[in-house]
Design a protein around this ligand. Sequence first.
Ligand SMILES: O=c1ccn([C@@H]2O[C@H](COP(=O)(O)OP(=O)(O)O[C@H]3O[C@H](CO)[C@@H](O)[C@H](O)[C@H]3O)[C@@H](O)[C@H]2O)c(=O)[nH]1
Length: 758
Amino acid sequence: MADSSSSLPPLCEKISYKNYFLRAVDLTILGLLFSLLLYRILLMNQNNTVWVVAFLCESCFSFVWLLITCIKWSPAAYKSYPERLDERVHDLPSVDMFVTTADPVREPPILVANTLLSLLAVNYPANKLACYVSDDGCSPLTYFSLKEASKFAKIWVPFCKKYNVKVRAPFRYFLNPLAATESSDQFSRDWEMTKREYEKLSRKVEDATGDSHWLDEEDDFEAFSNTKPNDHSTIVKVVWENKGGVGDENEVPHFVYISREKRPNYLHHYKAGAMNFLVRVSGLMTNAPYMLNVDCDMYANEADVVRQAMCIFLQKSINSNQCAFVQYPQDFYDSNADELTVLQSYLGQGIAGIQGPIYAGSGCFHTRRVMYGLSIDDLEEDGTLSSVAARKYLAEKNLERKFGNSKEMVKSVVEALQRKPNPQNTLANFLEAAQEVGHCHYEYQTSWGKTIGWLYESTAEDANTSIGIHSRGWTSSYISPEPPAFLGAMPPGGPDAMLQQRRWATGLLEVLFNKQSPLIGMFCRKIRFRQSLAYLYIFTWGLRSIPELFYCLLPSYCLLHNSALFPKGVYLGIIVTLVGMHCLYTLWEFMSLGFSVQSWFVSQSFWRIKTTCSWLFSIPDIILKLLGISKTVFIVTKKTMPKTMSGSGSGKAQREDDCPNQDSGKFEFDGSLYFLPGTFIVLVNLAALAGCSVGLKRLSRRHGEGGSGLAEACGSILVVMLFLPFLKGMFEKGKYGIPLSTISKAAFLAVLFVVFAL
Ligand SMILES: O=c1ccn([C@@H]2O[C@H](COP(=O)(O)OP(=O)(O)O[C@H]3O[C@H](CO)[C@@H](O)[C@H](O)[C@H]3O)[C@@H](O)[C@H]2O)c(=O)[nH]1
């Protein structure tokens, strides 16, 4: 394996991004927040309820900023040197790559096929790779598309490797016309031919999408007849086996399609359940020590992704055996997610500098042994199992109880735990065992989803699994190469984004209230204190909707009620400096990553909208779940294939070029409840501003000194600006317009609010 000679340059380096100036800014903002709180406390008995509400909201914001300051204190990331790998490592380890898909309508099969192709074509010996796609939709169309894609892979993979193609998802690659300068005759011919074949594949998939009935008549699709997505037996198909492969550039890695058994009365645990089935089937067939997991829309955008991750796992250093997973940031090929990109960059690097990044569900390489439940103390320094751990884990009875009673599965677990190389076996020999571990009762009374594999009990299976790993003392590593390692789709601002945000916020709250909660484990597990704070920051997203909502309403209430929200006189300077500094700081964060001022403003706006309109609903969701009244569900996010995309540049420039259409920045609406709070916020603030300008506050019950003034009016204007998409939506038609029913409901609530405030 890795050459341990310390005189050789390292495979990777940890880079610290500690910045004393930024620390000072963080602390100054914190200081200003605390001064504001102090000011409020000192004047508490001269003021009314508004003062108390404002104080409570600001206490929450101060607590969040305290968490942010702790998280960002010592940012770090890894830089890897994949070009050094070959001279240092003579026998690269195998990697099993997992793709999950669940719905052929919300997740177009051609998108999944592109993700598959990008993985099959990565720069890594093909005999060391296997790709497994789990289809929770049990869709013959998805299977057909992937099968066709695997045929095309025999042209695509050698083409990519021969010409060192940069972007290995064909739908991206072929949007770039053939450049006259780079085209030798041979290359042009190969390019044209490969493009033609890809177009054929796309057409076949498209035709099948229109009418897939003929699939039922083909033998290979028999397993799909009379199935429903939530009612069918296990299907395992070895679509392509790289028999006797030696890692030649023309070889295509193994590709296996799987769909676990589903029955209406069994819990199937959504993506986490699918991941655990992937772990079992791959354990039986290839049992690679490392596992890559991507969502079906997240294609590999950088051909060296696997090699880069291996640089981290294989670097011989004191801590090399402590790294449980390597997480790449989630990047997107549309510009709907700038704010997520910035959040990942700054907070991501902050967390990476503590115990390591949080597992984000996609673009992550896991070590199989850690997923089998090992703790950091179970290993010796050289990475072998300690004798105590060997006794604890390797007893057959224990293994069956934990991993289920498939003999083959138990054998593969023992081999994985002992890091024994996988004997080359024909994949088809394991079809029966794979069927067995796919039964919906297989996990019954085992540790799957409890202490082994991807953890259940939350729809945010990623964060839930992540805290489980860090609580057992493992570290993780963050690498953020340029161009981005993986790129995926993000729903545009609108109903799908709201649904996704609600699911995230609810899932995170589920972890806050389950036994993995950082509130319980902060002092007693092997997780570092600041890492617990980082989890606390993420898990409390949903709760932040309440102070945010109140704070959006307070300026309007104060204008109507004629009471003061903000300090008077020189003390107003605290608020002005605070808002100014925060704006400049966040603007700098955006601009230093190459984003525009407009993108910063849109992100600030989207943050307010998602908090008050979407995260808010996670609170009733979690209350109903905790009371046992309802369960949370995982509704798959709708993904669309971008209509027009240009260039195969890199990073942010690439993302900005790729705006699917001119309307991409526009917010979409429908009749769902998500849009009621936002419309209501805009209406009450407009009513307060209008009332203020016509002297409505003279009607107020409250008169005299200490009333509302310019500061409150500015606060209201700022809120309206942040909810600008809603203001525009009131005058637009179609999907960009707020439905009349929502406006009427919001107007009714706004009237009640005004009457209450006056
Ligand atoms: O029953 C299910 C539901 C979902 N999925 C797959 O899970 C993945 C993530 O689902 P998606 O709807 O795309 O969720 P997103 O909100 O887009 O994904 C983010 O949030 C999820 C957790 O909420 C993480 O698991 C993801 O990795 C992360 O990208 C997709 O590949 C789905 O096909 C399944 O396999 N089975």
